[in-house]
Design a protein around this ligand. Structure first.
Ligand SMILES: [Zn+2]
Length: 214
């Protein structure tokens, strides 16, 4: 149990070090069971990651219940809850206000297959949600929609969210999404890039699937 909490702290600090999300922005969670209740451990609301201790990490049940006498969970805990409820494969979630993903999300557009690595999100494009206020149920709903057949999406005028098998892989995916956004913004600076065909992306997605299995 405390091992999972320590993992959450380790990767929260990494959010700051890698510049994926400065100061208190972004949040991290991992699926867990505490005292027989299914839920997740998540970073607390409003605390700098550099000073986090295991006692500050909050357990929230899949029904959205947490101990009100302890630290408050991140104000964005709702979409973590909804991702864990809707995506059985989600074991960890990383949400970041990383610069390029956030900049691109302000255009409220999907990122097409300008590069084959777009397939890391699970399909032939990277979706962006519709806009909704942070912390709301509406935002949660929009995220679940954008994550249909995907493990990552951009959140309109906000940032990015990704999920995966464990925190290490999930964190890497968030870094990859930031990288893709950075490359796409640069590609757009010299005109409209050529987009890979659906047929080609089908081949790429097939290769990614085999690669994961192997
Ligand atoms: Zn956020």
């Amino acid at each position: 149990m405390s091992k999972l909490k320590s993992e959450v702290i380790k990767y929260s600090k990494k959010l700051n070090i890698t510049n994926l999300s400065p100061l208190r922005s972004g949040n991290i969670s991992v699926r867990a069971t505490a005292k027989g209740v299914d839920g997740f451990y998540i970073t607390p609301s409003g605390m700098k990651y550099s000073i986090l201790k295991t006692k500050d990490i909050v357990f929230v049940s899949l029904k959205g219940i947490y101990d009100r006498k302890k630290s408050k969970p991140s104000s964005e805990w709702r979409f973590h809850q909804d991702i864990y409820v809707n995506k059985k494969k989600a074991k960890a979630i990383v949400h970041a206000h990383s610069t390029c993903a956030t900049a691109f999300s302000c255009h409220q557009k999907n990122i097409p297959a300008f590069h084959y690595m777009v397939a890391v999100a699970g399909g032939d494009d990277l979706k962006c949600t519709k806009y909704a206020t942070f912390g709301t149920k509406e935002l949660s709903r929009n995220i679940i929609k954008a994550l249909k057949s995907r493990t990552a999406c951009l959140i309109a005028n906000h940032g990015q969210v990704v999920f995966g098998d464990n925190l290490e892989k999930t964190f890497e995916l968030a870094e990859e999404i930031e990288n893709i956004c950075h490359q796409y913004i640069n590609a757009l600076r010299i005109g409209i890039p050529k987009i890979l065909s659906r047929k080609e992306m089908k081949i790429v997605l097939g290769k990614f699937k085999n690669y994961k299995k192997g």
